[in-house]
Design a protein around this ligand. Structure first.
Ligand code: NDP
Length: 490
C-alpha cells in the first residue's frame, strides 16, 4: 500500500486532521494508496510557506542559470524514473501504459523546454522622448495556486508547475483527489533536484475545501486551473476577492469535420483516435464527428467495424488499447449520458454498455460508444460527456459544417479532414476554437499555446504564451538627464 503525504515548506506531512483518503485502481476497484486528506488549515499553511519563500527571493532572485539547472535536473530525474512513474499513473488513472509512457516523456520535455527559456533574453526597450529611456521587464506574479484534474494527472501538473517555477514564482499545487499518486513522486523529484523549501508545495484534498481556499485566499496572487467549466466558473468568482490573475483551461465538445474528399482510411483512423484515446477523457477529444452527407453511411459502417475491435482491458496489460474510466462515479455519469442519448432519440450503433466480461467486472470499463441520427439541440451533442462516447452529425456543405462546428458553448479544439488545402484553411479560420488540426487530430507540442475560446477557458498553457501567464509586466522609465522638471514655478 502506497502512503502519500503532502509536501509543505520542505517537509513531508500528514493532514493536520489526520484524515486519509483511499485511492482506487479503476481497473479492479482495489485500494492502492492512502493519501493525506488536507483541508483549509493545511492549504493555509502551504500558502503561507509559499508567501514567505516568495518574499525572501530564495527562488526568484537566484541566478537564472541556477533556476534552470534545477528544472533540467527535474526533467532528468523524471526520465530516469519513467518506467516506475508510468506504471503508477496507469495504476491510479487506468489509461494504458503506452499512453502513460508518452505522458512521462512529455512531462520531462516540458520541464526541459521551460528550463531553456529561463536563461533566454526577455523584455523590450523603447525609444521614447529624449532624455528618457523606457524598458519593459517581466517579473514573477508571486504565489500561484495550481489546480489540476484527473485525466492527465502528471502532465497537467507539469504544464503548470514547469512554467510557474521557470518564471520565478512560488507555488501551492493541488492534484485531483482521485489521482494524487504521481504528483507525490513528482514532488519527491522536485525536492531531490534542490528546489528551496517553501518554493514548491503540494496539498491534497477536496476541491471544495483546499481548491476553494487557493482560489479565495488573498495571499495567493494567481490561480491556474484545468478542469470542468462549472468549477472554472466558481473559481472565477472565488478569485474575485483580491482580483487574482486567473488562467482557466476548461472543457470542450470539439468538432472533427470530415469532408467527402478526405483520405477515407486516414480520417477513420483519426476519428477513432480523436474520441477513444484516454477513454475519451480528454478535454480536446473529437467528441462530435461531423460527416459530409455523401460519405456518412460508409464512414459510420467502417468506424463501427473498427471501434468494435478496440482491445479494452487493464492498462497494465501491454496489449490493452483502451482502459477503464477513472472512477466508479465517473463511469456512472458516462452511462447516464448514454441512457440520455437513447431517450433523446439518437441511434446507438456501437457499444453503449459497461463491460463486465473477461474478468473486467470489478473495473470501470465502458464500451466504445457511437451515436448517429443526432440533432444539434440534444444534450449529448451539446454537453461534455468526457468518456468513450462519440456523437455523429451530418452536414450538406462547407457552410453547414462551420455552423454546426461552432454551435456549442465550448471552443476548445477542432479538426478538419479534406484534400482541398484552401477549404481546410477556410474552415479552420472560421472555427471559434484555440487548438486546431488539419488532416490529423490530437498532436500537441510544448512549444505551442494550449487553451480555448468561449466557455472553454481564459488564457493559455504551454509555449511562450503559457510562460507569460505566470509573469507580470513592468515598465521602467529612466531619466538620462537628471535635472528638475520645473513644472511648478514656486
Ligand atoms: P473538476 O473541475 O470538478 O475538478 C478539477 C480540479 O478542480 C480537481 O482538482 C478538483 O478537486 C478541483 N475543484 C473542484 N471543485 C473546486 C472548487 N470549487 N474550487 C477549487 N477547486 C475545485 O473536474 P472533475 O475532475 O470532477 O470532472 C468533472 C468534469 O470536468 C468532467 O466530467 C469533465 O467534463 C470536466 N473535465 C475537464 C477537464 C479538462 O481537461 N478540460 C479535465 C477533467 C475534467 P477534487 O480533487 O475535489 O476533484
Amino acid at each position: 500500500m502506497i502512503k502519500l503525504q503532502m509536501y509543505v515548506n520542505g517537509q513531508w506531512v500528514d493532514a493536520k486532521s489526520g484524515k486519509t483518503r483511499e485511492i482506487v485502481n479503476p481497473a479492479n476497484g482495489e485500494v492502492i494508496a492512502l493519501a493525506a486528506e488536507g483541508d483549509v488549515e493545511d492549504a493555509r499553511e502551504a500558502i503561507s510557506a509559499a508567501r514567505d519563500a516568495f518574499e525572501s527571493g530564495v527562488w526568484s532572485e537566484i541566478p537564472a542559470a541556477q533556476r534552470a539547472a534545477c528544472l533540467f535536473a527535474i526533467a532528468d530525474k523524471l526520465e530516469q524514473n519513467a518506467e516506475e512513474i508510468a506504471r503508477l499513473e496507469t495504476l491510479d488513472n487506468g489509461k494504458p501504459l503506452r499512453e502513460t509512457a508518452a505522458d512521462v516523456a512529455d512531462a520531462a520535455a516540458c520541464f526541459r523546454y521551460y528550463a531553456g527559456m529561463v536563461t533566454k533574453p526577455d523584455g523590450q526597450t523603447y525609444h521614447v522622448a529624449d532624455p528618457m529611456q523606457a524598458l519593459v521587464v517581466r517579473e514573477p506574479v508571486g504565489v500561484c495556486g495550481l489546480i489540476v484534474p484527473w485525466n492527465y494527472p502528471l502532465l497537467m501538473a507539469v504544464w503548470k508547475i514547469a512554467p510557474a517555477l521557470a518564471a520565478g514564482n512560488t507555488i501551492v499545487f493541488k492534484p485531483s483527489e482521485v489521482t494524487p499518486v504521481t504528483a507525490g513522486k513528482l514532488f519527491e523529484i522536485i525536492e531531490e533536484a534542490g528546489v528551496p523549501k517553501g518554493v514548491a508545495n503540494m496539498v491534497m484534498g477536496a476541491g471544495l475545501t483546499v481548491g476553494n481556499e487557493l482560489a479565495e485566499s488573498h495571499e495567493v496572487d494567481m490561480i491556474s486551473f484545468t478542469g470542468g467549466t462549472v468549477t472554472g466558473r466558481s473559481i472565477m468568482k472565488a478569485a474575485a476577492g483580491n482580483i487574482k490573475k486567473i488562467s482557466l483551461e476548461l472543457g470542450g465538445k470539439s468538432p472533427n469535420i470530415v469532408f467527402a474528399d478526405a483520405d477515407f482510411e486516414t480520417a477513420v483512423d483519426y476519428a477513432l483516435f480523436a474520441i477513444f484515446a484516454n477513454q475519451g477523457q480528454v478535454c480536446s477529444a473529437g467528441s462530435r464527428l461531423l460527416l459530409e452527407e455523401s460519405i456518412h453511411d460508409r464512414f459510420v459502417e467502417r468506424l463501427v467495424e473498427r471501434a468494435g475491435k478496440i482491445r479494452v482491458g487493464p492498462g497494465l496489460e501491454p496489449s490493452t488499447e483502451m482502459g477503464p474510466l477513472v472512477s466508479e462515479a465517473h463511469m456512472e455519469k458516462v452511462l447516464r449520458y448514454i441512457e440520455l442519448g437513447k431517450q433523446e432519440g439518437a441511434r446507438l450503433v456501437c457499444g453503449g454498455r459497461r463491460i463486465t466480461a473477461n474478468g473486467l467486472e470489478k473495473g470501470y470499463f465502458v464500451e466504445p460508444t457511437i451515436f448517429v441520427d443526432t440533432t444539434p439541440e440534444m444534450r449529448v451533442v451539446q454537453e461534455e460527456i468526457f468518456g468513450p462516447v462519440l456523437v455523429v452529425q451530418k452536414f450538406k456543405d462547407e457552410a453547414e459544417a462551420v455552423r454546426l462546428a461552432n454551435d456549442t458553448a465550448y471552443g476548445l479544439a477542432g479538426g478538419v479532414f479534406t484534400n482541398d488545402g484552401a477549404k481546410a484553411l477556410r474552415v479552420i479560420k472560421k472555427l471559434r476554437a484555440g487548438i486546431t488540426w488539419i488532416n490529423t487530430y490530437h498532436p500537441t507540442y510544448n512549444e505551442a499555446p494550449w487553451g480555448g475560446y468561449k466557455q472553454s477557458g481564459i488564457g493559455r498553457n504551454l509555449g511562450t504564451f503559457g510562460f507569460d501567464e505566470f509573469t507580470e509586466v513592468k515598465q521602467i522609465n529612466i531619466n538620462l538627464q537628471v535635472e528638475p522638471i520645473g513644472w511648478f514655478e514656486g
